[in-house]
Design a protein around this ligand. Structure first.
Ligand SMILES: NC(=O)C1=CN([C@@H]2O[C@H](COP(=O)(O)OP(=O)(O)OC[C@H]3O[C@@H](n4cnc5c(N)ncnc54)[C@H](O)[C@@H]3O)[C@@H](O)[C@H]2O)C=CC1
Ligand SMILES: O=C(O)[C@@H]1CCC=N1
Length: 283
């Protein structure tokens, strides 16, 4: 089994972020919090407002042209939407073939062999799936390395992702689609559950701000117990559930309404969507 990474020593590698949106901002913030030197980070972002904000907030170097930001860097981190990945790779092809940097892609649904083809072939590529809690240093990422990635580059990629939370390796790339469905999209499921709990409590008369505060803190408290208590989720659930009590009444209702099947179907839908996305963008 892959294991969770502890905080690793910060590297002195130079890193170019291609795309300076939400995920890039999360990762850059995490790297800087871990002592990474801003002068070794460059960002290519076409949106001038975002570009200026990244430079102002973090002191990173910035560029409009992708190849300019990437030239001479040890790592190119592809943080653009899957839809533009092929075009972006075409722009980076010369720089990538000339310098053979480590490529890290965080795009959902794009396979490492597609990226490798678009960049001209035989490049070290790490495909990674982080999630938005990376923004507050509480991310969960899984990484897959292709055969060209050296042990040193694996360590570097893990260091970068461990700067914003947990990072685990997976050995079969196909499982990244399951990871995307579980932890990549996962924060949205917990946000939805909080929304639904809040709405249901409001329907029963609780003021919305009170309902939100209680639902949010309950989500946080349950998450921390999962992380800190050392017990399994099932055991923690049993400790809340008094015989013939209120929790049991709710859990019976969930079971009778098929929550287990609904969750399994939702995860399958997300996994299949990730798989389908790769064929939408060609080889
Ligand atoms: N948002 C999420 O929860 C997660 C997203 N991802 C993946 O991360 C990637 C980025 O997602 P976000 O940061 O959420 O998107 P975003 O839309 O916030 O950031 C993408 C950035 O790329 C820029 N961009 C567009 N065309 C470009 C080009 N030709 N060259 C350079 N930059 C260009 C956009 O202006 C934008 O700022 C996606 O591939 C997504 O699948 C992965 C895990 C979680
Ligand atoms: O919804 C998406 O496609 C991306 C990937 C994981 C989270 N957001």
């Amino acid at each position: 089994m892959p294991k969770s990474s502890p905080a690793l020593p910060v590297s002195s590698a130079s890193i170019a972020f291609i795309g300076g949106g939400n995920m890039a901002r999360s990762l850059i913030g995490g790297l800087l919090r871990n002592g990474y030197d801003a002068s070794r980070i460059s960002v290519a972002e076409p949106n001038s407002e975002l570009r200026q904000r990244l430079a102002a907030d973090f002191g990173v170097r910035h560029a409009t042209a992708n190849a300019e930001a990437a030239d001479g860097c040890d790592v190119i981190l592809l943080a653009v939407k899957p839809q533009v990945m092929k075009t972006v790779c075409a722009e980076l092809r010369m720089v990538a073939q000339a310098n053979k940097p480590l490529l890290i892609s965080i795009a959902a649904g794009i396979r490492s062999d597609q990226i490798d083809n678009w960049l001209g072939g035989r490049l070290p590529i790490v495909r990674c799936m982080p999630n938005t809690p990376a923004l507050i240093g509480a991310g969960a990422s899984a990484l897959f390395a292709n055969a060209q990635v050296s042990a040193k580059q694996k360590h570097l990629a893990e260091t970068m992702l461990a700067a914003v939370g947990t990072a685990v390796w997976i050995l079969r790339e196909a499982l990244i689609d399951t990871v995307t469905a579980l932890s990549g999209s996962g924060p949205a499921y917990f946000f939805l559950l909080v929304e639904l709990l809040e709405d249901a409590a409001v329907t029963q008369g609780l003021p919305r701000d009170v309902a939100r505060e209680l639902a949010t803190q309950t989500c946080l408290g349950a998450g921390r117990m999962l992380r800190e208590d050392g017990e399994s989720p099932a055991r923690l659930r049993e400790r809340v559930t008094s015989p013939n009590g209120t929790t049991e009444a709710a859990l019976h209702q969930f079971a009778n309404d098929g929550l287990r099947e609904v969750v399994a179907r939702a995860l399958t839908a997300a996994t299949e969507r990730g798989r389908a996305m790769s064929s939408e963008f060609g080889n």
